[in-house]
Design a binder for this molecule. Structure first.
Ligand code: SAH
Ligand code: SF4
Length: 357
């Protein structure tokens, strides 16, 4: 059965009309779902019994169940979820002085195969549905409800490539952003892509107010192709063409993410190259401290070296920030908790098989 979290406001209106109901029923339903946050149709007390029965026949609620929660000393909290078909995925709640932000996964695994990323260690199993993305947000919001707090920001930066699951991601964001949904401001929602050029162009044409972030991680094609195989399909010239189109269509700053990998992409020469590459565009750079992933062997640039890189970009006139590290004591790198759980399950299965043998 379909989760009701899959349905945008407009889709729900169509559904209501198909049942011969007035559209305003959807106002009531959305109020219960996203303001009261109930997960039981029988609690929707201003709906008739017949209406509730119809809803029950067609829809379920959150398709995710919580497997584990890990809280770091700085308040960063990781949530490991299981889907109805048994796949694992994770979300991270980060606490900033400006609000609570959730990092949402968009796929189970990722096919982009970036050489530094935990998510790239497993092939994509499947795309997540809108309901599974909104389900992450609803779970975390309901945790926050216990403290009377609210999620104010969403970043689609967990496992997966959101632009490889474009329609479902955009549909999920619509409800998160909708006034009658979770009402999270569009400028508080960020989508991060590894650089799928046709989708960046499509996004540019949509004139959304959401923020766009592009994972760059290297200032030239040779290095970028080594770190990110997607660069072979869409090299920098094409990527920058799409960025130009985005800027022209939207007149909005976009963010380039740049993980600092010790001795790989963090020299002064790289910094100058990066400045030259980005100078023509309305953008800024977010330097990201690398969370090491056991399997990959990359190391994080030291704070002192990172500051040097930062200073060069600044001097060259490029807007730049260094991301604060979050939850480094709980494997906060996207996808790490999931990988550990998968490994544990595999070991348990092997042990069970050994016993049988
Ligand atoms: N697939 C999308 C969104 C998910 S990854 C993308 O690549 O943009 C979100 C961000 O986390 C990306 O910038 C990615 O490069 C970065 N990232 C991946 N692994 C990381 C790690 N181990 N440490 C720090 N950042 C990481
Ligand atoms: Fe996928 Fe993004 Fe990780 Fe690359 S960095 S493997 S695109 S999740």
């Amino acid at each position: 059965m379909r989760s009701i979290y899959d349905m945008s406001y407009e889709q729900m209106e169509d559904w209501a009309v198909s049942k011969g109901w007035k559209k305003f029923r959807v106002q009531q339903i959305f109020q219960w779902l996203y303001k009261e946050r109930v997960e039981d149709f029988d609690l929707m007390s201003n709906l008739s019994k017949a209406t509730r029965e119809e809803l029950k026949k067609d829809f379920t609620f959150n398709p995710l169940t919580l497997v584990r929660k890990q809280v770091a000393s700085d308040g960063t909290t990781k949530f490991l979820f299981r889907t109805e078909d048994g796949a694992l995925l994770e979300s991270v709640l980060m606490v900033f002085d400006y609000g609570n932000s959730i990092c949402v996964s968009s796929q189970v695994g990722c096919n982009m195969g970036c050489s530094f990323c935990a998510s790239g260690l497993t092939k994509k199993q499947r795309d997540l549905t809108s309901a599974e993305m909104l389900g992450q947000v609803m779970h975390v919001q309901k945790e926050l409800d216990k403290k009377g707090e609210r999620l104010s920001h969403i970043v689609v930066m967990g496992t997966g490539e959101p632009f490889d699951n474009y329609d479902a991601v955009m549909n999920f964001i619509k409800t998160a952003n909708h006034d009658r949904g979770l009402a999270i401001g569009s400028r508080h929602i960020t989508i991060s892509t590894s650089g799928i050029v046709p989708k960046i162009k499509e996004f540019a044409k949509g004139h959304y107010q959401y923020n766009l972030a592009i994972s760059l991680h290297a200032p030239n094609d040779e290095l970028r192709s080594k770190l990110m195989p997607i660069n072979k399909a869409y090299p920098l010239k094409e990527l920058m063409g799409a960025v130009e189109e985005y800027s022209r269509e939207n007149n909005r700053k976009l963010t380039f993410e740049y993980i600092l990998l010790k001795g790989v992409n963090d020299t002064p020469e790289h910094a100058h190259q990066l400045a030259n590459l980005l100078r023509p565009y309305l953008c800024y750079v977010n330097l990201i401290p690398y969370n090491s992933v056991d399997e990959h062997g990359f190391q994080s640039t030291s704070r002192a070296e990172a500051m040097k890189f930062y200073d060069i970009l600044k001097k060259e006139g490029i807007g730049v920030t260094i991301r604060k590290e979050h939850g480094s004591d709980i494997d906060a790198a996207c996808g790490q908790l999931r990988i550990k759980e998968l490994r544990k399950e595999k070991e348990a299965k092997q042990k069970a098989q050994e016993k049988v043998a």
